[in-house]
Design a protein around this ligand. Structure first.
Ligand SMILES: [Mn+2]
Length: 459
């Protein structure tokens, strides 16, 4: 947790952005897995955590821009919570840790909101992505003007949260130190005959030993062309590439998101090396292009062009690389976006709506296959943290589909593409801070060139 004043300052900044507003920020309750007392590991809502800091269930925050007051609604732990869970901290004491002076029992929230509604005030709250939260809000606000109809609240929150304070950067870098260990451990363990789940288990052990949790479900697969492959049921074979996409939540709740692509034998064959180096060049260029004011869309397209040039050299694409990029044909090899914002959430703030986070009035989402998956397109701002994660993926079903549709057939050699069925995928991902004159890769260096990875894998 940060200093109490930092949470007060954040709430004050939100009040200034939304004069007169009454802003309701529900925290999370426990989420049962299979029966009420057996719960998923607790994860606080990130908006609540950003403005109210507290990492415990059962709280609702209220920010009043008319009176200047902050309120926390919740209950002191009863004797059962103390007996079973050791919870003893009273709400008022917790509130003090985040500079909130006003607290009230959770049961008082309905009254408080009813009075505000009777006084004609609209209640702003972020969209709910958990059914329990939606149900609670439906009960509290039934039929009243509430939510975020014109996106003002989402816009104001994004404008604040997307600029990271140095304390937040330090928190992410502490998470990245563990993430470096995770990735290097996976490289050491990767070898022909190893089972994917064994390696994921060992890496998870490292995360747990550090007192942390995965920030999202790890990807560790020799079938790296499946972009979010969550199965670990294979045995690694010589000649394969393994995509390992894994990150931790830091102790303070900030996510890391790192990908490395590991050759199972420790060595790339010549074609793998050619394509790996192309992805690395695309990533290096994209990182170098990051600076305040540059549209992330243009960084995506620049990375795509580097990948296209390499695929032209191998005869998979033919013709003018700029045309291959502009037409969208490039997406046969690179189907996703080059990155996204990262912070408390691995895809930061996407609960507020992907377009609210990644697009603005001047930058609209494209409908083109590939580009439509770009989560961030608007210009970068100083202090933003983003992932840079270009990749190449050979997806047999997609190649067959496009071939049958004769898509971009003047630019694509489908026979060559089909020869890459079984190649898998390559992704290289780092977390990057936008600085005044460029960018900085966050955290300690994690082996990334072919030589660096061979060095780690050789022990
Ligand atoms: Mn990512």
């Amino acid at each position: 947790m940060f200093e109490p004043s930092s949470y007060r300052d954040r709430r004050q900044a939100l009040r200034i952005a939304l004069p007169g507003a009454l802003i309701l920020l529900p925290g999370h309750d426990e989420a049962p897995m299979d029966f009420r007392a057996n719960v998923y590991p607790f994860r606080q809502d990130s908006c609540f955590r950003y403005f109210f800091g507290l990492d415990r269930p059962g709280l609702v925050g209220l920010i009043d821009a008319e009176t200047g007051e902050d309120w926390l609604f919740g209950d002191d732990p009863g004797i059962d919570a103390t007996i079973w869970l050791g919870e003893t901290e009273r709400l008022a004491a917790a509130a003090e840790r985040v500079a909130v002076r006003h607290t009230a029992p959770r049961a008082h929230l309905a009254d408080r909101l009813a009075r505000a509604i009777a006084a004609g005030r609209a209640i702003l709250h972020p969209p709910s992505y958990r059914a329990e939260t939606r149900q609670m809000l439906d009960g509290l606000l039934a039929g009243q003007a509430a939510g975020d109809p014109d996106g003002r609240l989402a816009g104001a929150i994004v404008a604040l949260r997307e600029i990271k304070h140095p304390d937040e950067i330090a928190e992410m870098e502490r998470g990245l130190a563990v993430t470096r260990d995770m990735h290097h451990a996976a490289m050491v363990l990767t070898r022909p005959g190893a089972r994917e789940q064994e390696i994921v288990g060992q890496v998870e052990g490292l995360v747990r030993s550090a007192g942390l949790r995965f920030a999202y479900q790890t990807i560790f697969s020799g079938r790296g062309e499946i972009l979010h492959n969550l199965r670990y049921d294979r045995t690694l074979a010589a000649g394969e590439l393994v995509v390992h996409d894994a990150g931790a939540w830091s102790a303070g709740g900030y996510a890391t998101d790192i990908t490395r692509t590991i050759p199972v034998t420790g060595r790339f064959d010549p074609v793998q090396a050619q394509l790996y180096d192309a992805v690395l060049r695309a990533q290096t260029l994209a990182i170098a292009l990051c600076r305040p004011g540059v549209r992330f869309l243009d960084i995506h397209l620049a990375a795509a062009r580097v990948l296209v040039e390499a695929l032209c050299d191998l005869g998979l694409f033919r013709g003018d690389p700029d045309r291959i990029v502009a037409s969208g044909a490039y997406a046969l090899g690179f189907q996703c976006g080059v990155g996204h914002q990262i912070g408390l959430d691995v895809h930061d703030m996407e609960a507020l709506g992907e377009d609210a986070v990644g697009y603005d009035g001047a930058t609209r989402r494209s409908g083109l296959f590939g580009l439509r998956s770009l989560r961030l397109a608007k210009p970068l701002r100083l202090g933003m943290t983003v992932t840079i994660e270009p990749g190449l993926y050979f997806i047999p079903q997609l190649i067959a589909m496009w071939r049958a549709e004769r898509r971009h057939r003047d630019m694509i050699d489908y026979d060559r593409f089909e020869a890459f069925a079984g190649f898998g995928g390559i992704r290289i991902e780092d977390d990057v801070l936008v600085t005044p004159d460029g960018s900085r890769v966050l955290g300690p260096p994690i082996a990334k060139t072919r030589e660096e990875m061979a060095g780690v894998m050789a022990g």
